[in-house]
Ligand binder design. Sequence first.
Ligand SMILES: [Zn+2]
Length: 215
Amino acid sequence: MRPIPDPLPDKDPIWEPDILALAIELVKEGLHGVSIQQLLSLTKVRIRAIYQSVHHTAALSGPPIVGDAQFYLNARNGKDRSGFEWNLQGALFLHAYQSIQSAMDGYKVNRGWLLLNAYRAYRRWTRPLEPRKTPLLNINQGYSLLRMSNLCNPGEFGELALTYCENCNRRYLVSLKHELITQVCPIEAMEDYHRRRTQRVITARKVSKTPRTRA
Ligand SMILES: [Zn+2]
């Protein structure tokens, strides 16, 4: 599918088949109807008809439930460590988006087209993870991440940004609302957590094996 320019060539008969084809592919991936409306300026009636045709069901109504920026950051509270995984997944998706956007070499491309191609690249990269119970992003979460990041509308303030770890070469997400120095790479944070946990277990065993002295 050729890249559709931004701004959208609305009501241009040359681009209409491409826009429709893109809408069909986004519906196949399960992108919420409201988001397709925002990205491709198609009417609700048109999107409902595509949903009906592709999935034989009505399009979901209302805004998609996708979580906030905090969901994709390392630690939501002291006990919940799933943010580490979501951080890495989110970073991988945004990395795909950024790579495709950069490959366009300044040619402005529709965000829906970039979203679809970035999401499919992300799913290809994460296919080996599927048999395991690793959490994977759905396309609605991908779109939500884009809107929270500084990639979607370059020049505008985003809440999340991609950064790079000098230790493990991984990319990860940071919040632009907090001091960057306090936000460590999720890989280092996970390793640190497991190291401290192992140390606690070893210490507990040593204590339980120490013979008690009789009074
Ligand atoms: Zn790292």
